[in-house]
Design a protein around this ligand. Structure first.
Ligand SMILES: NC(=O)c1ccc[n+]([C@@H]2O[C@H](COP(=O)([O-])OP(=O)(O)OC[C@H]3O[C@@H](n4cnc5c(N)ncnc54)[C@H](OP(=O)(O)O)[C@@H]3O)[C@@H](O)[C@H]2O)c1
Length: 324
């Protein structure tokens, strides 16, 4: 019988036990994934492959969130975009990803008004604001003001740019966490050597997430970054999971979709969240696209489907199987 990637929907606030006491030497396999505890933690991060991801502070979030890049560019589309984001939050797609660079934090602030307690809010600081800790703090204050909130759930360094050292960035992130303005911090667009650099800095191992490009046709991170992040209890946020929209017409994904009736977009998303510790953040600017995307969580991709995708979009050479 083929192994099914069971995509049953879960109440993320409920019974799913997310932590176990430290159990040294356990591997991570299948749906009961035990990862090595981080230094200073008496608990192990456990990911249940039940469509939630678990952050290092224990917070659980549905593995399908919402991107916002390009939102807020047109006044004509604004209302529709806000409706789309609110529809997603109602469905449980509560991770909302923005960035100071997107220049749409005010729109996101408007979309989450009255729903702040349901939302897992992610925004990002640009590298040229991350060189000196005072600049990071000022950028964070600006984002908080635009978003109309007094805390950010996850604050990311957007990319490395011309930063030669991460010390000041980490110091600022640590301070922001101590001040309660940021619950967790992380990074984006970082490869394994950069992650190792972060982990060599004092408090750098508090990094909770790495947001990177990941879709069927962009699988490089399977080789080393995904396993590294799993090992260090870091959530991988998959951006552009539909290849910036190019995959919604993909013939392979469409053919797989036809078996169950879903669309190529839904197959792309189901594939992106098939593994533990991956939080996929498709951007959709209409409630109908949001609903369609949400339904991807119930597509029963089989091993056969996964193999077909592997055949057309091969995993990187030297790949560690993605399901481990
Ligand atoms: N950290 C980084 O450096 C970085 C880089 C890129 C992206 N990101 C984040 O990741 C998010 C997602 O990536 P992305 O925006 O590049 O691309 P994406 O999510 O892969 O694709 C977005 C495109 O897919 C379309 N779409 C969405 N749902 C659909 C559906 N059900 N059927 C057909 N088309 C559908 C959207 O159209 P509509 O808008 O018309 O619905 C949009 O054109 C971004 O919004 C951003 O938050 C981060």
């Amino acid at each position: 019988m083929p192994v099914r990637y069971a995509f049953s929907l879960v109440n993320i606030d409920s019974k799913n036990s997310i932590f176990t006491k430290r159990q040294s030497g356990q591997g991570y396999e299948g749906s009961d994934t035990r990862l090595p505890a981080r230094s200073g933690s008496s608990l192990n991060c456990v990911s249940m492959n039940n469509h939630t991801v678990t952050f290092s502070n224990g917070q659980q979030v549905l593995a399908l969130g919402q991107g916002t890049y390009m939102m807020g560019r047109s006044w004509l589309k604004r209302r529709q975009e806000i409706k789309a984001l609110r529809a997603g939050i109602d469905l449980g797609m509560t991770a909302i990803d923005t960035a100071e660079r997107y220049k749409n934090e005010r729109l996101v602030g408007q979309a989450i008004r009255g729903l702040r307690d349901k939302v897992f809010l992610v925004t990002k600081v640009q590298p040229f604001n991350a060189k000196h800790s005072n600049d990071v703090i000022a950028a964070c204050e600006r984002s908080l003001s635009k978003l109309g909130t007094d805390f950010i759930d996850l604050y990311l360094l957007h990319w490395t740019g011309s930063l030669s050292s991460y010390d000041e960035t980490v110091a600022a992130m640590t301070l922001l966490c101590e001040q309660g303005k940021v619950r967790m911090w992380g990074v984006s667009n970082m490869d394994v050597p950069k992650m190792e650099r972060f982990f060599s800095i004092i408090n750098g191992d508090a990094c909770a997430a790495n947001q990177v490009r990941y879709h069927v046709a962009a699988r490089d991170i399977e080789r080393d970054l995904i396993p590294w992040c799993k090992e260090h209890c870091i959530v991988v946020m998959a951006y552009s999971p539909m290849g910036e929209g190019k995959l919604v017409q993909d013939p392979t994904l469409s053919a797989i979709g036809r078996k169950y009736n879903p669309t190529a977009a839904q197959v792309a998303l189901a594939w992106s969240v098939r593994n533990t510790n991956i939080l996929s953040i498709p951007k959709a600017s209409s409630p109908s696209h949001v609903l369609e995307n949400f339904k991807s969580l119930s597509i029963p991709l089989t091993e056969e489907d996964i193999s077909e995708i592997d055949r057309v979009y091969p995993p990187p050479a030297g790949n560690i199987p993605a399901a481990t």
